[in-house]
Write a protein that binds this ligand. Structure first.
Ligand SMILES: [Zn+2]
Length: 117
């Protein structure tokens, strides 16, 4: 989690989700409209991707590391799945995790497109 000091205000979108910023809520509204228009489908909110699974080290359980994006959807125009992040302030941890995510995606045969806006 990003410390709250980096967060802008929680904003509700027209679908009633609480988003972490106004920008994110506005993007959600746009994506819902795009889905209604048939340009995208299977819109997912806050999808999570496992970067490192949880594991046991010397008898101690260590929590895994995951990447939480803002949206994922199938883009009919691109013919491709898209993972989208509407990030404001990019922390060092965020930059590191997005790099790890992109590495994971690069090893997939038919990877989704990762967009940071
Ligand atoms: Zn929303």
């Amino acid at each position: 989690m990003v410390p709250t000091k980096y967060r802008s205000k929680w904003t509700q979108c027209r679908s009633g989700h609480n988003h972490q910023s106004k920008k994110e809520a506005e993007r959600c509204n746009e994506l819902v409209l795009l889905e209604k228009a048939g340009e995208i489908k299977d819109l997912e909110q806050q999808p999570k991707y496992q970067l490192v699974p949880s594991y046991v080290y010397e008898g101690k359980k260590v929590r895994g590391i995951s990447y939480g994006a803002d949206f994922a959807y199938w883009d009919n125009r691109l013919g491709r799945r898209v993972i989208e992040d509407v990030k404001g302030f990019k922390t060092k941890v965020y930059k590191l995790k997005s790099k790890m995510l992109k590495h994971l995606l690069s090893t997939e045969p038919d990877p989704p497109l990762f967009i940071e806006t």
